[in-house]
Ligand binder design. Sequence first.
Ligand code: FDA
Length: 307
Amino acid sequence: MLGPVILAASRSDRMRRLISAAPVTKQVVDRFIPGETVADIVPVIQDLTGKGLELTMDVVGEDITTPEQATAARDAYLELTGRLADLGLGRKVEMSVKLSMFGQSLDGGHELALKNVRSVVEAAAAIGTTVTLDAEDHTTLDSMFAIHEELRTDFPQTGCVIQAYLFRTEADARRLAASGSRVRLVKGAYKEPAEVAYQQKHEIDKAYVRILRTLMDGTGYPMIGSHDPRLISIAQELARKAGRKPDEYEFQMLYGIRSEEHLRLAAEGHRMRVYTAYGTDWYGYFMRRLAEKPANLRFFARSMITK
Ligand code: FDA
């Protein structure tokens, strides 16, 4: 029951100000967002890649309000790409972007977001890596899929995310699987109405399995974005049945969640990619992590009381 309340708070400016200003917040935030600048994050990237993990980097931020902020977001990704090139890590580290951070919701936002993300995709391709478009709330997805398709004309490795909780996703998955795309399947992290999305966990999990089967049986590259042990073992079974080799799909998990499992899967010979977020505008990302697991909220609340 707490999840929807926290997700509603994630859209509130008042809660944003309150929570961001609390002195203890940062310690809890660090568990999920281990740095604010490229300089902070480089040692984290080196540590994780040194352990045999691959990464997808997210410069946190979303729902910006001016084109200048969208340009700044693009520049933050370009700075990161330049640093990855210096480190020679382009092949191990890809990038995840939220189009709302690139201006998608502004006037003329679709074109603006496409222009900004194209610069990042070009820079990524120049160092041998790629970009995945994150999925935000359902109202943004037609634009996201159109941008994804457009980018794939020149950069076929560009990936996108689909969310098992949405009714539309089974059809999206069939289209993407047939077109040979890289696709990350997740359960979905936003507050969505019953008209467009399953609300019960068991329904979402069942949809996840149906969609994953479509992706595994298709011609694309499935990226299994989940920490759920049951779904991870089902994914392994579906990959085996579809005759996929270990380099024909990958697992993805979030930094700070089930970290032992990241290492276990990598040690078993799976490609394991850790979604690692950094930056200063962490509020929305952090609140979604709290909403996913109420125990996180209890830990957060306790640290506020005891400090
Ligand atoms: P589930 O929520 O059932 O969790 C399974 C287990 O994992 C839990 O029992 C717990 O042990 C652990 N766990 C999960 N979340 C936790 C947390 N926050 N803190 C501590 N433990 C936790 N969503 C979206 O809408 N758009 C997107 O683009 C993305 N991108 C994305 C990338 C990657 C790599 C991942 C892994 C996830 C996303 N998500 C996302 C988030 C996704 O939609 C979903 O909210 C979370 O992954 C939680 O769902 P699980 O599949 O892990 O299952």
